[in-house]
Design a protein around this ligand. Structure first.
Ligand code: M6R
Length: 366
């Protein structure tokens, strides 16, 4: 049932061109002019009039929420806040009937997320679910929602669910923006068409597997890793670090790259590798100077860059090229090499990647 792969995690990483195709199917019109999600269309006036959107989730789903919140704010111009469900539920939050709460959960069974939904409903919010498991407790507890449709995820480390969640949240942001008229038809079409290219771009990105397996040998026994990215790729850095931590037991931290100089730079020496998520975007130049700062302190750099980047390859120790995409979609593609890096390091260390110690696939207790 692992389809010839040694672990479910690797199978699920390699499934992503197909799972994302299923996730997108029927939701973007063939000409790219319409993004159709019934949960949003059926509740159009709620989304048009929403004063605020609060996204609640745990773990990897929370990282997807960070990207989704930013997308919703940027494209649909609705203030968005992203909360850990475990914090939200005990924070006595100000929530009203003008708020929409989006709960994100692969399993649909996470106890803290369920409790956050209950609280949001008690306070009158409309609650929207982004789940994978059909008919799960969260899918049933929410008013409506969108399934990510990526198929069963068995590996404890979430991979294909993360890319599915980010893809659904991107389509949601576009659908709301379309309803509110906060996006031009041209911008909508070009982003929608770029979403449709993601499955084949992931297929391309998966060709990095052998190179990543090779470079993982250099880093199998390090004790710490730093992951840095900016903008939409700050959450990608958090997700890369979480993946490494949970399956290889190597301590890793994710930070917005510009925060490096406010503390983490003190850690950098030749023992601490830094992974930069540095696709070509508006802040590219600034990330380049962060890479220089790491190199100047003897740190080694693994850089994820857009194919054809002419600057970073001369500076970084290892370069992983990904296909070009709009900035807001780059986390989906950039997370693939991070998943593979965590996987190969964990396998080389002899860790049980599908069932890491102390972890369960769904956290149904507090
Ligand atoms: O099923 P959920 O999406 O609600 O699960 C949330 C987290 O427990 C989950 O993402 C966890 O962080 C994963 N093990 C990460 O790979």
């Amino acid at each position: 049932e692992k389809g010839g792969y040694p672990h479910f995690m690797l199978k699920e990483i390699f499934e992503q061109p197909n799972t994302l195709f299923d996730c997108i199917r029927g939701r973007i019109s063939a000409d790219g002019t319409k993004v159709q999600l019934s949960g949003i269309e059926d509740n159009a006036s709620r989304f048009i009039n929403a004063k605020r959107i609060v996204l609640v989730a745990c773990g990897t789903s929370w990282h997807a929420g960070l990207i989704g919140g930013r997308l919703i704010e940027e494209l649909a111009r609705i203030p968005a806040r992203v909360e850990y469900a475990s914090e939200f539920r005990y924070a006595n939050p100000v929530i009203s009937s003008d708020d929409i709460v989006i709960a994100i959960s692969q399993s649909g069974e996470t106890a803290d997320t369920l409790a956050a939904i209950k609280l949001a409903k008690e306070r009158g919010a409309f609650v929207y679910g982004v789940c994978n498991v059909v008919g799960s407790s969260i899918a049933r507890a929410t008013d409506t929602g969108t399934y990510i449709h990526v198929g069963p995820e068995i590996g404890v480390a979430s991979t294909k669910a993360f890319t599915g969640q980010v893809t659904v949240l991107t389509m949601m942001a576009l659908a709301i923006a379309q309803l509110k008229g906060t996006i031009s038809p041209d911008a909508l079409r070009s982003t929608a068409q770029s979403i449709c290219k993601i499955p084949s771009q992931i297929k391309q990105t998966l060709k990095l597997n052998d190179k990543i397996e090779q470079l993982s040998r250099t880093y199998t026994y390090v004790h710490n890793f730093l992951y840095l990215g900016r903008g939409y790729n700050y959450p990608t850095a958090l997700e890369g670090a979480l993946k490494l931590k949970e399956i290889s037991y190597i301590h890793a931290e994710g930070y917005p790259a510009a925060e490096m100089k406010h503390g983490p730079i003190a850690l950098i020496d030749k023992e601490l590798p830094t992974v930069f998520i540095a696709p070509k975007d508006e802040l590219h130049e600034k990330v380049v100077s962060n890479i220089q700062q790491v190199k100047a302190r003897g740190g080694s750099v693994i850089a994820i860059v857009t194919a054809g980047d002419e600057i970073i390859p001369s500076m970084a120790d290892h370069v992983l090229e990904i296909p070009s995409s709009p900035e807001c979609l780059s986390p989906i593609i950039a997370s693939i090499p991070l998943q593979l890096l965590a996987y190969h390091i964990a396998v080389m260390k002899g860790c049980d990647v599908d069932m890491p110690r102390n972890l369960a696939k769904s956290v149904t207790v507090e």
